[in-house]
Design a binder for this molecule. Structure first.
Ligand code: CMC
Length: 438
């Protein structure tokens, strides 16, 4: 008798029936390989551009229910973590699977704090960039350059060595981001201050001028820490799957993290927060919102900060950001762009085009408005996303490295090119041939 937990497939080419086991709501793509039209057939594959319906790993880190707008790290709802934890506590949770005890947290914070300093050569490396270099390009290059400073990071199979590099990366991401910011302003770099918390120290490295000791505004520091928590992980998104894919070649974690950060920089991913500000500038005022929405519906561009591959409901992170923004604005004053954003959200959420496609504001819609109120220039926004996401990337990287089922990532393709061709010597090639290729 056929087991109920199987999928029965009949190949009409051969009238052969196959029973494929179903596990965790998936069939194994490799089980399809035995479905062949004949002995010379390679076997069936799935065609899934952009991985719309392919699980590439088992993961116990982050859970998302996109239909219901749920996000949990290691089983804890994001709302609870944002309310009660610090970012470093959450980073520990992502990496080790459980919330730290007070002693574990103390040691962890101490360890990260003692890895915030950068090698002096990093400063000279940074100085080579043009004054107007984009912070994300500087961040990607500088994280990759750390690989030259810590060559032992190559030993990715040694758990202690892996943990050391993880601590270094989490410690140094704010230092590099702050350096890239100061570089673009022409200000001298600020060294880390070990007395300060993770977000306060970041603020110190960004904004300290001549005062002997930087005093961070506690509301801004807490808001930044909440934003770090919200951005810390998001399961198999574009940058995380890049992290896993590049890491699967056993590349060291600095080069791998740089690759993930490069993926994050794109405007469809983490770069959307910067693009939202550009869009709000272009709209200019609340009155222009309907005309802008009409243009988007006619196919001219997208509403940046709207839509998500997984969420078909309000992004839970956007809800928390909206609520945190009010506290920030109480200190900084209201960002006038908020009025435009609220109107955009109101109109879009009532519009059939957005409703039928289930397009809701995502994490990037309100974060930029808040970052700007805090004093960041839009070019810096994606680096602010990359700092906490490094914890998620590294947790996912570690899970991948220690998963015996994982191998080097290597998708297949459906070849659509020429069959075997005769080589044409140079003097016999006709111009028409080149025109065809172009
Ligand atoms: N504005 C207008 N239309 C949109 C938008 C948008 N922001 N997003 C999707 N659509 C339309 C799209 O044109 C398509 O319409 P149709 O069915 O008529 O062709 C439909 O909605 C489905 O969209 P899709 O492009 O198939 O969806 P996707 O899952 O491939 O893309 C996305 C997801 C996030 C790339 C996309 O929604 C988008 O480009 N949004 C704007 C950029 C953005 O805010 N990115 C940040 C994502 S969240 C944080 C992160 O990942 O870093």
């Amino acid at each position: 008798m056929t087991s109920s937990n199987t999928l029965t497939v009949i190949d009409n080419r051969t009238a052969t029936k196959y029973d494929l086991p179903i596990e965790n709501g998936t069939i194994r793509a490799m089980d399809l390989r035995k479905i062949k039209s004949g002995p010379d057939d390679f076997g069936l594959m799935t065609y899934d551009p952009a991985f719309m319906n392919t699980a590439s790993c088992r993961s116990s880190i982050t859970f998302i229910d996109g239909e219901r707008g749920i996000l949990r790290y290691r089983g804890y709802p994001i709302e609870v973590l944002a309310e009660h934890c610090t970012f470093l506590e959450v980073a520990y949770l992502l990496l080790f699977g459980d919330l730290p005890t007070p002693d574990e947290l103390k040691t962890w914070v101490n360890d990260i704090t003692h890895h915030t300093m950068l090698h002096e050569t990093t400063k000279r490396f940074m100085e080579g960039f043009r004054y107007d270099a984009h912070p994300m390009a500087m961040l990607v290059s500088t994280v990759a350059a750390l690989s030259t400073i810590y060559p032992e990071a190559k030993d990715i199979h040694d758990p202690a060595n892996r943990l050391l590099q993880i601590k270094r990366l989490i410690g140094k991401m704010p230092s590099i981001s702050a350096m890239s910011y100061r570089h673009s302003l022409g200000f001298p770099y600020v060294y880390p201050d070990n007395d300060l918390s993770y977000p306060e120290n970041f603020m110190n490295m960004l904004w300290k001028m001549v005062e002997p000791k930087y005093a961070a505004n506690p509301v801004i520091a807490r808001a930044l820490d909440i934003l770090f928590i919200l951005h810390a992980d998001h399961e198999q998104n574009c940058s995380t799957s890049t992290m896993r894919s590049v890491g699967s070649a056993h590349t060291d974690p600095y080069l791998t993290t740089a690759a993930a950060a490069a993926a994050l920089a794109g405007p469809l991913h983490g770069g959307a927060n910067e693009a939202v500000l550009g869009m709000l500038d272009e709209i200019g005022s609340k009155e222009n919102v309907p005309a802008y929405v009409k243009k988007v519906k006619e196919g001219h561009g997208k509403l940046m900060g709207f839509g998500h591959r997984v969420y078909k409901n309000y992004d839970p992170r956007a809800k928390i950001i909206k609520w945190t923004a009010e506290r920030v604005f109480a200190v900084t004053g209201r960002n006038p762009k908020l009025e435009i954003a609220l109107e955009l959200e109101r109109i879009a959420l009532e519009d059939e085009y957005f409703v039928s496609r289930k397009l809701y504001p995502n994490v990037d819609f309100y974060s930029g408005i808040m970052y700007q109120a805090m004093g960041f220039r839009p070019e810096m926004f994606t680096a602010l996303f990359a700092i906490p996401r490094a914890a998620g990337w590294l947790a996912q990287w570690q899970e991948m490295i220690t998963d015996p089922e994982q191998k080097i990532a290597r998708p297949r393709q459906v070849y659509t090119g020429q069959e075997l061709r005769q080589f044409i010597p140079m003097d016999k090639r006709a111009r028409a041939l080149h025109a065809k290729i172009a």
